[in-house]
Design a protein around this ligand. Structure first.
Ligand code: PLP
Length: 411
């Protein structure tokens, strides 16, 4: 049968126009192309522990394997009860964490799916969400995709990347519905003190904001850093605390995350019904991975061996940070948590006008893939994010090459 002579063009819908995810963006696509041509690329763009030789605790693997025969059907939309119960127990051990009802825990295919669901359930067109700059860019993308308006509050590099509470206050409007707090922070590695979190909670209280706390790195802490869950300082506010197995438990590929909803709910029944509705439309999260949650959160926390002094993650953080600090025209706040460094390239020395171009050039010349700071909604082209997951020797070699590259690089 003859078809139509021309097919109607399928253009990108307008609502995708402000949706960006540069961690896997065009520079990463170019890296994949170079790989297919036979080049070896050192990928320092994604916080994906497994390819760098970080093994998940064996108990997690064994539990998932043992559960496979019983994980063939769909589960309840919120997720299996045993996993949600274990999450409730996990938070019972967090000092001051408010009461968590097992039916207020939702499991997801990673935190990513839950971020998308929650913002879809929350936002009407024009509603504003306060999001840190720099941020983990899914928060900005998901806000835009849900029809909301991301409003970025600044984190202050000269103050260990702490959020500027003054800037947060200045950016609250009558349309602001929620504030996102990423702690420990990706990309900066900052870990916020109780005092800073209490100040932010106070702004949320004064303005009746929903608190969205992304705490996926809460156990990846270095030196003397301690983690405070913001929900524990705001039992009187509706807080959604996000976490999962991708980082602490090194099984990013299993796609297992959760959101824990605490605080008053009487004022938020529409929003909570929306979450319930969206959870049911996705049927349920991947069931075998749900079976990995209980053993992960209640078993031995092997991440601690990697993050304490002498541990692999702590050493790699030190290698990356000290080498960057030693480079001419580069400075870096020492990360106290998470898996990244976010160095600053002094504009007086490097004069970089386009940080994405810099990443392309570094890739072409040195075959090293990193992400430009503006990809994290940082307003100026003067930062890069580098993953600290490779072995120290590999990181050292990569940063040596990057240092030489930067020394002669001009735009
Ligand atoms: N939130 C932050 C701050 C992250 O860094 C990441 C992944 O890098 C995610 C959420 C997404 O995690 P998941 O693998 O659970 O979807």
């Amino acid at each position: 049968r003859p078809g139509p002579r021309t097919l109607r063009p399928l253009t990108q819908p307008a609502r995708l126009q402000n949706v960006l995810y540069e961690i896997r963006g065009p520079v990463a696509a170019r890296a994949a192309q170079l790989e297919s041509e036979g080049h070896r690329i050192l990928k320092l763009n994604i916080g994906n522990p497994a390819p760098f030789g970080f093994e998940a605790p064996d108990t997690i693997l064994q539990d998932m394997i043992a559960a496979l025969p019983y994980a063939q059907g769909y589960s309840e939309s919120r997720g299996i009860l045993s996993a949600r119960r274990s999450i409730v127990s996990r938070y019972e051990e967090v000092p001051g964490f408010p009461h968590l009802d097992v039916d207020r825990v939702y499991l997801g295919n990673g935190v990513s799916e839950l971020i998308m669901m929650v913002l879809q359930a929350l936002l009407d067109p024009g509603d504003e969400v306060l999001i840190p700059a720099p941020d983990y860019p899914l928060w900005t993308a998901a806000t835009s995709l849900a029809g909301g308006t991301p409003v970025h509050y600044l984190c202050d590099e000269t103050d260990d990347w702490n959020p500027s509470v003054e800037d947060i206050r200045a950016k609250v409007t009558t349309r602001t519905k929620a504030i996102v707090i990423i702690n420990p922070n990706n990309p900066t590695g900052a870990v916020y003190s109780r005092e800073v979190l209490a100040e932010i909670a106070e702004v949320a209280r004064e303005n009746s904001l929903l608190v969205l706390a992304d705490e996926i790195y809460d156990r990846i802490l270095y030196d003397d850093a301690t983690h405070t869950s913001v929900a524990s300082l705001a039992p009187d506010l509706l807080c959604l605390t996000f976490n999962g197995l991708s980082k602490t438990y090194r099984v990013a590929g299993y796609r297992a995350g959760w959101v824990a909803i605490t605080g008053p709910t009487a004022h938020a029944s529409g929003f909570l019904q929306g979450i319930e509705l969206l959870a049911s439309t996705r049927l349920c999260p991947n069931v075998p991975a749900q079976h990995a949650i209980q053993v992960a959160v209640s078993g031995h926390q092997s991440i601690e061996e990697l993050t304490r002094p002498g541990g692999r993650l702590a050493e790699q953080r030190d290698v990356a940070w000290s080498m960057l600090e030693a480079m001419d025209g580069v400075s870096c706040v020492r990360p106290r948590g998470a898996l990244y460094v976010f160095p600053r390239l002094d504009p007086e020395v490097h004069e970089i006008h386009d940080d994405e171009r810099l990443c392309y050039d570094l890739l072409e010349q040195e075959k090293i893939l990193v992400v430009h700071g503006t990809g994290f909604n940082w307003p100026r082209p003067d930062h890069l994010r580098i993953v600290t997951l490779p072995w120290g020797a590999d990181l050292r070699a990569a940063l040596d090459r990057m240092g030489n590259f930067l020394a002669s690089y001009r735009q």
